[in-house]
Design a protein around this ligand. Structure first.
Ligand code: ADP
Length: 466
């Protein structure tokens, strides 16, 4: 296979900065591509978190650029700018998104394109992820249209979540340095606002999302968040590639963050994790009671609307519930009230905590992920490997990975269906033989990156031929 030169441009990636699955994907895909012989570099913002990291080392390369390395030989370049990126959060605070996000990410995209020229890295493909890097395909087809350096460079735009589009007031348009010609309904305009994601869809050579089902769903008004029309126009260029999982991070047989390692060969050891998890969560240590875990952003997308409607009834069942997450204040408050009411049933950690996340995946019996929509979802894939049966709503990547042979699925989005499915799961939990069968089947599934990375290489080849 001929080597493809790929630049991954993203606003977060493991191990440098993470708020969600995007970081997992952008950290793992380059490694998988490198293993398949491709030449990869990465560009991301140099946040405060990046510069505070001890391992891997991040060094200043020159004014405004730092560098680190992952895998065997993958250079990671950070676009530095104290004013824009030396902040505690990536995108905003509890009160909302940073007001200057358009300045921040347009700066990031412009600098990324200049950096490639400085490095002399002639990319076959620039692979952009979500709206924060979507200005790159836009700039390439406008400001850089006549630039010889980029004449053979193609762009792939991956949509990890179409609910986040980068919407800004029209008045900010001049900041982008683009001609007003692109501010129209066919391009960057959306109901008199700037829509960066829409521009990414229009101007990139190929588009994909992170599961087959989601790539179809977003072309409908139910899931398209207003982008269904523009996506439909480009339907021959829209693909779906399921995310993989980085099993060097997510594997219970070698996970150093969990209390006791285990695999499908010694599944009993999983329950030592349950005991300890109950203990640190201040719940009664009891193996017979099913322990439900949630690791999630606390957002409506993740099913917290039906979950909070049904939470009182759920807490009355014979179960325990451990929730780790941050997000909408509304859900923080509802859940805090529930903890006061049912302190022996529900344990709540309103924070981002990677170690605790690993411990929940390992210690829980059931992983609750009733997302209203889910582009791919990593939580269910992680929990499958940890022998923690996922309970999901049938949508997007959840529909592509979970079924009644490895977990529990409901297909009508309502609190009643959620409650009914939890009841069913609890009933099955009492049948140890059936439960073990389900667990083992899930643990043996393989969502490794190798297959998905091959599909990305096919997509890159397809883009090169455009
Ligand atoms: P998202 O839509 O948030 O990207 P995914 O399921 O694709 O959802 O990925 C979420 C990732 O973030 C998973 O690796 C999950 O374990 C992690 N995660 C989410 N919330 C937390 C938290 N509060 N603490 C630690 N890890 C978290």
């Amino acid at each position: 296979m001929k080597t493809i030169n790929v630049v991954q441009v993203a606003s977060e990636m493991v191990p440098f900065a993470k708020t969600g699955g995007l970081a997992d994907v952008c950290g793992a895909l380059p490694l998988a591509l490198e293993k398949l012989g491709q030449d990869v570099i990465i560009v991301m913002p140099g946040y405060k978190a990046v510069h505070n990291l001890k391992q891997p080392a991040v060094k200043r390369l020159n004014e405004g650029i730092s560098i680190s390395r992952i895998g065997k030989n993958i250079n990671v370049y950070f676009i530095d700018n104290d004013e824009y990126f030396n902040r505690d959060s990536l995108y905003g605070e509890k009160t909302g998104d940073y007001k200057d996000n358009l300045d921040r990410f347009s700066y990031f995209c412009r600098k990324a394109l200049e950096l490639l020229k400085e490095l002399g890295f002639k990319a076959d493909i620039i692979h952009c992820h979500d709206w924060q890097s979507a200005l790159i395909p836009i700039y390439l087809k406008t400001l850089y249209a006549e630039d010889d350096f980029y004449k053979d460079t193609k762009t792939i735009f991956t949509i990890h979540n179409i609910g986040y589009q980068g919407l800004f007031p029209k008045a900010e348009f001049p900041k982008l340095g683009l001609s007003w010609n692109v501010f129209n309904m066919e391009m960057l305009e959306y109901f008199d606002k700037i829509n960066i994601l829409k521009g990414g869809i229009v101007f990139s050579d190929l588009i994909n999302t992170v599961s087959e089902t989601y790539s179809k769903e977003i072309q409908t008004s139910q899931f398209g968040f207003g982008m269904e029309g523009v996506l439909n126009k480009r339907r021959d260029s829209v693909f779906g590639i399921i995310n993989g999982l980085d099993y060097s991070i997510w594997d219970p047989s070698r996970d150093k963050k969990i209390f006791q390692t285990y695999s499908f060969k010694n599944i009993k050891d999983k329950y030592a994790n349950k005991d300890q998890l109950q203990q640190i969560s201040k719940l009664p240590v009891k193996r017979t009671v099913p322990l439900l875990g949630i690791v999630s952003r606390l957002a409506e997308q993740k099913g917290f609307d039906i979950l909070s409607e049904g939470i009182d009834a759920i807490c009355k069942m014979d179960l325990q519930l451990i929730i780790l997450g941050t997000g909408d204040l509304k859900y923080h408050q509802i859940l805090e009230q529930m903890v006061k009411k049912y302190p022996k049933v529900i344990s709540l950690s309103l924070k981002f905590d990677d170690t605790l996340a690993h411990r929940i995946y390992a210690g829980a019996d059931i992983f609750l992920m009733p997302s209203k929509y889910e582009p791919c979802g990593l939580g269910q894939m992680i929990s499958l490997r940890y022998g923690t049966l996922p309970l999901v709503f049938k949508t997007g990547g959840l529909a592509d990975t979970v079924n009644e042979k490895n977990g529990f699925v409901f297909d009508k989005y309502s609190k009643d269906e959620l409650i009914k499915t939890i009841k069913k799961a609890i009933k099955v939990y009492k049948d140890k033989i059936q439960w073990n069968e389900l667990m083992l089947r899930g643990m043996k599934l393989n969502f490794s990156w190798a297959e998905s990375a091959k599909k990305y290489i096919e997509l890159y080849e397809r883009a090169k031929g455009k």
